[in-house]
Design a protein around this ligand. Sequence first.
Ligand code: ADP
Length: 320
Amino acid sequence: MERIAVLTSGGDAPGMNACIRAVVRTALNNKMDIYGIERGYAGLVKGEINRLGSRSVSDMIHKGGTFLKTARCPEFKDLEAQRQAAEALSAFGIDGLVVIGGDGTLRGAKDLSDNFGIKVMGIPATIDNDLAYTDYTVGFDTAVNTVLGAINNLRDTMHSHDRVSLLEVMGRHCGDIALYAGTAGGAEYILVPEIPYDLDEIASKIKKSYLRGKTSNMIVLAEGAGDRDEIAKIISEKSGISVKVNNFGYIQRGGSPNMADRVLAARFGYKAVELIRDKHDSCAIGIKDNKIITVPFEEVSKAEKKFDNRLYNIAHVLSL
Ligand code: ADP
């Protein structure tokens, strides 16, 4: 009987549990034994591997985070740690591995496959949506909706007090969370690492909008696009209007996954097990134009993320 294992690694994202559930139940449906590895590659290296059953994933589909836990494991870049991981899998008689995580996790998957011949399927899960080869990653949609809730709340209070708000959101070097939440939330300004911006111009526009009677403005700032306090200070000084800074932080990483992420998790998890069953080469799984795709790991790191300039321009026009 085939034996496979699943782990979650890197930053947690809502929908990881739904994805583990999909892997576990698809494996059982294919009469495979399924094992859960705790704390990502760190747990794999230490052999923290436990048998899972259908009931292990009961009541999990709606929970944020990951019940298998996740961890950073910097030493996994070294061949020796990868060797220990391969030996742990071999000791348990495991022939296939599903990893769920972001770009670093997929790099680890490539190494395990290239250096030790382990069959590994990679599922993209990160709130940042910063993987170029796939349109969406598990967790992104939920995070955007969580940010959107914060924008809605901020709007109420800003409007009442005639204020300018600056909300910093996550995304590392990628502006997608800011772009989508800002567009959906009707933000007046969306500052992302991919597009240069001019604080003089923003301050002057905010000042003019006040004179026209528009007394509240929302700025959504991607964390990779600059220092929130510095930006707020410059805009306040130049416009003469105080800017209230909010850092949304880790709140946007948690919460119950929404429909889009649960369905994506189900499709990715199901596909990963099918690929192992069908003896497919190790690869990353993704989604393009609503079709599930498979991509060799070497192409994952080569692909260059394209920012949606068109949506950015639409948001800009609609915010006037
Ligand atoms: P994410 O998967 O969310 O991008 P990280 O970048 O922290 O998060 O990566 C998760 C883990 O993947 C790391 O802690 C490390 O164990 C492993 N990893 C990252 N980069 C590499 C690499 N170049 N080679 C091997 N393993 C890696």
